[in-house]
Design a protein around this ligand. Sequence first.
Ligand code: ADP
Length: 226
Amino acid sequence: MTAIISLEDVQRSYGRPPVLACAGVTLTVDRGELVAIVGPSGSGKSTLLNIIGTLDRPTAGVARIDGQVVGDLDDRELSALRAHRIGFVFQQFHLAEGVSAVDNVADGLLYTGVPRAERRRRAVEALGRVGLGHRLRHRPDQLSGGERQRVAIARAVVGDPPLLLADEPTGNLDTASGAAVVDLLHELNQQGTTVVVITHDVELAATLPRRIAIRDGRVVADSVPA
Ligand code: ADP
């Protein structure tokens, strides 16, 4: 079984003189893992997220996501890999305002070729999975922050991607809603999704089975799960 994420001495530099935002990262995440990538502001988390999420290519080294070498794919192939294989959750939710929860989630399947009625059917199912079966018609402004993030998670997993990337998923939530979102990530992981949480929050990271600490664009610690 191939790893879902495999980075070999991955670098990403910006500008001139070059700043190495990612300064030679080697790591492997196997299918079924639940991992935190944790580091302070400026440590290179977003850069790493962009590479793992195939939104960016390394300037040196090899990034393999779901068995595909990111540097070998053109933009169309990268978009297809993202649309089918990776779900994204962001701190700011990024839901469409004025649009019902079910339509927000159905939009997660827009680029997969699934017909509209089927997109909505799957959206209803995904909202059920995140405990929002009773909020289908609610718009984001009619939902709490925790509920909005659960809608965003439903949208991220509606296509059943093997990999879910969550960027500071609790950053805009109070403690209780944040804990509920973390519980949900654990549940999705138990159902088989590989989950990677990117965070500066050491307490959040401590609740996950594996923590990869980064600093100055490098891995400085990697706790192996018991
Ligand atoms: P984090 O997400 O942990 O805050 P980033 O990946 O955003 O860290 O940034 C890591 C380093 O790379 C920082 O020093 C940042 O200033 C630099 N950096 C990130 N993006 C760019 C960019 N587009 N141009 C120049 N420098 C950048």
